[in-house]
Design a protein around this ligand. Structure first.
Ligand code: SF4
Length: 272
């Protein structure tokens, strides 16, 4: 598959939502994996950490070409070996008492497939934490989006392209575009706006979607979604046949970021 011409772009028919032009990236924070109390205290005091990642064990329902964890496999030398539900809640409790209230829930696979996922969200809410979940939304429904909103969970959902062919190619699952694209609007209809819980949209930067990314950026800004474009990390399996095929060189990445910076300034009045 090669890069995408603009004429191939899917034309989204999304609701006319009043744009507030107020989006900025959240301030950078330090990331620590599953810190225990002493580490949390140190992180809070010495490096002013405000939030942390919780990496849940579990499978995935997609087969992305660039997957870092090879579709949910436990990475070798994982900093966060498999833990029981009680271990995980204990870590969260310790971190909250150390002042780390915000937890980003991620997974080696898809976090919502974790068997006690909703118990975990309720536990964090009960203890005064704030949750952000990174989901591929391949199992999203309108009802699920409303549950997330009701529990005040910030979401980073995933969509790798604005065209079904490219998105489905990258996720390795036919039909994923339809579900993931619909999920964006399920979240918005459930109350994800700048005034409600926050919605981010994650896409990797690769040769296949490169030509669409400026438009993708506008798509996010128009809908008050926080865009989150990421350069894919090298997969642990260096023999992954797709990685070389996906990679965009540094010059092209630099050019893209200059372009989206211009879009933000000139079209949306955002400045860094
Ligand atoms: S959604 Fe994430 S974990 Fe799942 S296959 Fe894609 S990159 Fe891997």
């Amino acid at each position: 598959m090669s890069g995408c011409a603009d004429s191939m772009l899917f034309t989204p028919e999304y609701p006319d939502i009043k744009r507030k032009n107020s989006l900025t990236f959240s301030s950078p924070s330090f990331i620590i994996d599953c810190p225990f109390y002493e580490n949390a205290i140190e992180a809070r005091d010495r490096i002013q950490c405000q939030e942390y990642d919780l990496l849940l064990p579990g499978p995935c329902n997609l087969h992305c070409k660039y997957c870092f964890s090879e579709w949910g496999k436990e990475p070798q030398n994982s900093p966060c070996p498999k833990k029981s539900f009680d271990d995980i809640t204990d870590i969260i409790r310790q971190n909250i008492s150390a002042g780390l209230r915000k937890v980003r829930i991620k997974s080696n696979g898809e976090p919502t497939l974790y068997p006690r996922f909703w118990d975990l969200i309720d536990f964090i809410n009960l203890h005064g934490g704030q949750t952000e979940v990174y989901t591929n939304s391949f199992n999203n429904t309108a009802e699920l989006s409303r549950m997330f909103a009701a529990k005040n969970v910030n979401i980073v959902t995933k969509l790798d392209a604005l065209t079904p062919e490219i998105n489905d190619y990258l996720t390795g699952v036919t039909g994923s575009f339809t579900i993931q694209y619909k999920a964006v609007f399920n979240f918005i209809e459930a109350g994800y706006t700048m005034d409600g819980p926050k919605l981010g949209l994650h896409a990797i930067i690769c040769k296949q979607n490169y030509g669409q990314l400026p438009r993708f950026w506008r798509f996010c800004r128009d809908l008050d979604i926080i865009p989150y474009f990421q350069i894919p990390a090298p997969p642990p399996n260096r023999n992954n046949p797709y990685f070389r095929e996906l990679c965009v060189d540094r010059v092209a990445i630099h050019k893209l970021f200059e372009q989206i910076l211009r879009i933000d300034k000139e079209e949306y009045g955002n400045s860094c």
